[in-house]
Design a protein around this ligand. Structure first.
Ligand code: NAD
Length: 487
């Protein structure tokens, strides 16, 4: 790896503001997706480590400084951490790029977003107000937003830093004490941010991080009886397990699962803008984005022209190492690469045809996990490629005849995360936007996930609950109705 980054030694698990060896003493090797080489190792935390972390979080709420802090003080700490992340932006971006393989420009943008999460929720911490409710004569009724308690956060590998900021910053802003289980494939940035949190002044126990395997540390966190709420981002399969674990402990959870998000292009759309967006939305992060625009639905009248232009664009797209800083990097692992190749083989066997393929840059190491980005046509709407999440740089193109057909096709998968509609007819765009069942809808644009300020989450198999924006603060708070009889 040429990226000049100091990779941290396996420091253990992060509990009570300090590294301690994991209970088992085992470690996990971290591979650089760009080269296939081991670049670091992390502790393999397990149920014993999770238990210590949950106890530390509980202590911080019930006996420690964290539970006594005012919302304003918490907000200041979050803002300070946001600034520290900005101060360390270069280091963190290199770490993120080495860990995930993404191009440096993407890694830098990710770190900016992580800092922004802490800045946004730092500023919001003391602005969550309850209501007063008119009631019977002689009563005062008010609603209070209180911390839920100890919150558990299980995050994926595709945007390790951003996912950490997205779920942890609002939880801390609301005064919860957190235990985070980052992904075993990529988690160096969350581990480094934990250290920066100490520098920012967070008291012991507010933030604990237990790296490890999903079926060990993750499952232990999900099932721990000391957890008051779970926030999970990852696959629908594991999301089901997490929701079952939450149900057994009678606690709430948010699930941010996958998507099969469509961009719908009508004949009267601004073609250049739509083409650029359609290509970018599947290439970003090598298609490993829950809100990747993995389907493009094109009005049949412009099908040939649109696809010809898309082909021209796509054939220029190149994958390479983070330092090459091209359009995309490798996918996360050898397993993920062969999973994607399997889906494509089955798609081709069932009649789907490659319209265009980008390339892998000469000089990208052959041991890296590169997948050339591709657009497929002749995709049967009922096939795996049209309905299932690939989580790779693969776009399925399908035609539609009219507005009703477009809406039906857009809603034809089990997912419902994000969608975009492109049309010069504002009324039509609005009608379509209202009928597509997703948590975030774009008209004449598409932002994979959108900004920090915009509430985000799924419908159907994409999950439930909302993150980002002010909504996340309400998800991570317990509302209490206080009734005072004053006579
Ligand atoms: P995954 O579900 O395998 O892993 C996610 C996290 O869950 C990891 O930390 C993992 O260690 C942990 N985990 C695994 N098994 C577990 C278990 N039995 N109990 C508890 N935790 C366990 O998902 P992934 O492969 O890491 O990520 C890819 C998936 O995440 C895709 O489907 C993608 O769409 C989804 N995703 C969704 C969003 C969103 O916001 N909706 C964002 C990013 C990724």
């Amino acid at each position: 790896m040429n990226i000049n980054v100091k990779l941290p030694p396996a420091k253990g698990v992060f509990i009570d503001n300090a590294w301690r060896p994991s209970h088992s003493g085992r470690t996990l090797a971290m591979l650089a997706p760009a080269t296939g080489q081991v670049i670091a190792s992390i502790a393999a935390g397990d149920a014993e480590d999770v238990d210590l972390a949950v106890k530390s979080a509980r202590r911080s709420l019930e006996q420690g400084a964290w539970g006594r802090m005012t919302a304003t003080e918490r907000g200041r700490l979050l803002s300070r951490l946001g600034r520290l992340i900005e101060d360390h932006a270069e280091e963190l971006a290199k770490l993120e790029a080495a860990d995930t393989g993404k191009p440096m420009k993407q890694a830098k943008a990710d770190v900016t977003a992580v800092a922004r999460y802490f800045e946004y929720y730092g500023a919001a911490a003391d602005k969550v107000h309850g209501d007063t409710i008119p009631f019977l004569d002689g009563y005062l009724v008010t609603t209070l937003y209180e911390p839920l308690g100890v919150t558990g956060h299980i995050i994926p590998w595709n945007y390790p830093g951003q996912m950490f900021g997205r779920t942890v910053a609002p939880a801390l802003a609301m005064g919860n004490a957190t235990v985070v289980k980052p992904a075993e494939e990529a988690c160096l940035v969350p581990l480094r941010i934990a250290e920066l949190a100490v520098e920012a002044g967070f008291p012991e126990g507010a933030l604990n991080v237990v790296p490890g395997l999903g079926e060990e540390a993750g499952a232990a966190l999900a099932a721990h009886p000391g957890i008051d709420f779970l926030s999970f981002t990852g696959s629908p399969e594991v999301g089901t397990l997490v929701q079952i674990a939450a149900a057994k402990n009678h606690i709430g959870c948010t699930l941010e699962l996958g998507g099969k998000s469509p961009q719908i292009v009508f004949a009267d759309a601004d073609m250049d803008a739509a083409l650029a967006s359609v290509a970018a939305a599947i290439v970003q992060n090598a298609g490993q984005t829950c809100s990747a625009g993995s389907r493009v639905l094109v009005e049949r009248r412009i099908w040939d022209r649109f696809l010809a232009d898309l082909k021209t664009r796509f054939e220029k797209i190149q994958a390479g190492t983070p330092e090459m800083d091209l359009d995309l990097g490798p996918v996360i692992s050898a397993g993920q690469k062969s999973r994607i190749e399997g889906i494509l083989k089955r798609a081709e066997a069932s009649g789907a045809m490659v319209l265009a393929r980008g390339s892998i840059a000469a000089g990208a190491p052959s041991e890296g996990f590169y997948v050339a980005p591709a657009v497929y046509q002749n995709v049967d709407p009922s096939s795996e490629l049209a309905r299932e999440e690939v989580f790779g740089p693969v776009l399925a193109a399908m035609p539609f005849d009219d507005e009703a057909d477009a809406i039906k096709l857009a809603n034809s998968t089990e997912f419902g995360l994000v969608a975009g509609v492109w049309s010069g007819d504002g009324s039509r765009a609005m009608r379509v936007a209202r009928k597509v069942r997703v948590g975030q809808m774009y008209i004449n644009g598409y932002g994979a996930g959108g900004g920090i300020e915009l509430p985000f989450g799924g419908m159907k198999k994409s999950g439930h609950g909302r993150e980002k924006g002010f909504e996340a603060l309400y998800e991570l708070a317990a509302m209490k109705t206080l009734v005072v009889k004053h006579g």
